[in-house]
Design a protein around this ligand. Sequence first.
Ligand code: NAD
Ligand code: UGA
Length: 478
Amino acid sequence: MSKKKLYIACIGAGYVGGPTMSVIAKHCPEIDVEVVDVNKDRINAWNDSNLDNLPVYEPGLKEVIQKARGRNLFFTTDVKGAIERADIIFISVNTPTKVYGEGKGMAADLKYVELCTRQIAKYSNGDKIVVEKSTLPVRTAESIRRILEAEDSKHSFTVLSNPEFLAEGTAIDDLENADRVLIGSDETPFGLSALEKISSIYEHWLPKERVLKTNVWSSELSKLTANAMLAQRVSSINAISALCEQTGADVAEISHAIGMDSRIGSKFLNASVGFGGSCFQKDILNLTYLCRYFNLPEVAEYWEQVVKMNDYQKNRFANNIIKTLFNTVSGKKISFLGWAFKKDTNDTRESAAIYVADKLLQDRAEIHVYDPKVNSEQVIQDLLYLQKYRFVNNHDFESLPEEEVRDLVKVYNDPYSALKDAHAIAILTEWDEFKSYNWQEIYDNMHKPAFVFDGRNILTRTMMSKIGFKYQGIGSAE
Ligand code: NAD
Ligand code: UGA
C-alpha cells in the first residue's frame, strides 16, 4: 500500500512563512505545502511569474521558488481549503508589539494568532497537528489548545512549538544549514508522534543531531531567550562604543580582541547605530512584560535595559549629527545611505534609520534617502507609523503633518543624486555597494565641511580623511 501523502498548510506568507515553507517544499517533493495569507496582494506577488516581484527579497530565494512553486509549493488565499487538506498546520502570522490597551508598547499582540486558531477550529475536518512557527510568549500553546478544544470537540489537536531562528538577508542559508531546529511537544501519544513527523521533515536535509526535542514551554522560551541574548550582545558592544569615543579606544579593535576569546566568540560584536528589525525589540519587550506578569521585576528591568541602550545609541547618533553640524540641521540636506534595518533585505521594520530621521525631522532637516531595495512610499509610511506609535523615550516629540513629512523627505533611485549638495551623509545600512562608490566625486559635490557619519563602520577613516571628509564612525575618536 502506498504511503498517504502528507499535506502542510502554513498560515502567514511573510518573511518567515514564505522562505521557510519554500525550503521545506524544495527538500520534500513528496509533501504538498500550501502557504496561505489573507493579504491578496502578497499572495499575488508570491505567485508572480517575474521572480523579481516576490514580496520578500532574500538572496537565493528566487532559485528555491523556481524549483518548488507549482510542483508541491502553492501560495493561496484559500485559508479554509488549506486547513481542510492539511495534516500539519504551521502558524506563522505576525505577533507585533501591542499598540493599544493592556500591555500597550510591551506585550505581544496575539490577536492574529487567536484568529488563526479559531479558523483552524472552524475548518478542521479531522485531527490536526498545529505548530507554532511565530515567536510567542511562553505558554501560548496552552491557550491555542484550549481554544481549539473548546471550539471543536469532534477532532483531536496537538500543539507543538517550532520557533524559527533565521535572520533576514541570510534566510535561505540559515534554513538550509540551520545550526539547530527546535521542536517542543507535549508527552501525549499524539504529541510525541507529531514530534517525530515534524522532525522527519527537517531530517530531509539536516543531520538528525541538529533537531532538538524539548518540552513545549522550553521551546517557546528558548526563542525569546535567543533573541534577547543576541540583542544584548549588540547593546553591550554599543555601550562600549560610547566609552571608546570618549577615550581614544577603538571599538573594532576591542571586538576583535574580545571575540578571539572562544568563550565570548566573534559574532554579533559589530557596533552600530543600533539594532533594528521586527523582532529584537518586540521580543525583549515581550519578555520584559512576561517577567512583570510573573512578578519578577528585577528580571524585567535587566532585559529592558537592552532596549533602552539601543534607544540611547540611535538617539546619540542623531544628536551627534545635530551637534556636529553647528547645532542646527534646519533646512540642511542630510543624505541617508540605507533605510533597511540591515543589508540584503527590503525589510525596514524598526530600522534605526527611521528613528534617526524622525529625530532630525524634529529639527526640520531635509532628509534625502537612497536604499537599493526600499521605495519612496515605504520610507514615508515608516515615518508616519513611528509618529503615530511612539512609545519609548519620545514623549516630547512632535508629530509633523503628513504633507510636511512628504515635503522634507525625498527618496531617490540613484545614490549620486541623493548625495549631491548634501551637508552631511549618514550611513544607516551596511549595503556592500556603498563601499565601492566614487567617494571623491561625492565629496566634490557636497557642501563643505563635508561630514560623513558612518553608523555601520563600513568605510575607513584614513581613506575618507584623505579625500577631505570629516568622518565619524561608531566607537572611535576623530
Ligand atoms: P510578516 O508580517 O512578514 O507576515 C505575517 C503574515 O501573516 C502577513 O502577511 C499577514 O497578512 C498574515 N496573516 C495574519 N493573520 C492572518 C490570518 N488570520 N490568516 C492568514 N494570514 C494571516 O511577519 P514575519 O516577519 O513573517 O513574522 C512572523 C512571525 O515569525 C512573528 O512571530 C515573528 O516574530 C517570527 N519571526 C520572524 C523572523 C523574521 O526574520 N522576520 C524570524 C524568526 C521569527
Ligand atoms: C534576528 C536573529 O538573528 C534571528 O536568529 C531571529 O530568528 C530573528 O531575529 C527573528 O526572530 O526575527 P534579524 O533581525 O533578521 O534576525 O537580523 P540580525 O542579523 O539578527 O540583525 C538584527 C539587527 O542587529 C540588525 O539591525 C543588525 O544590523 C544589528 N546588528 C547585528 C548589529 O548592529 N551588530 C551586530 O553585530 C549584529
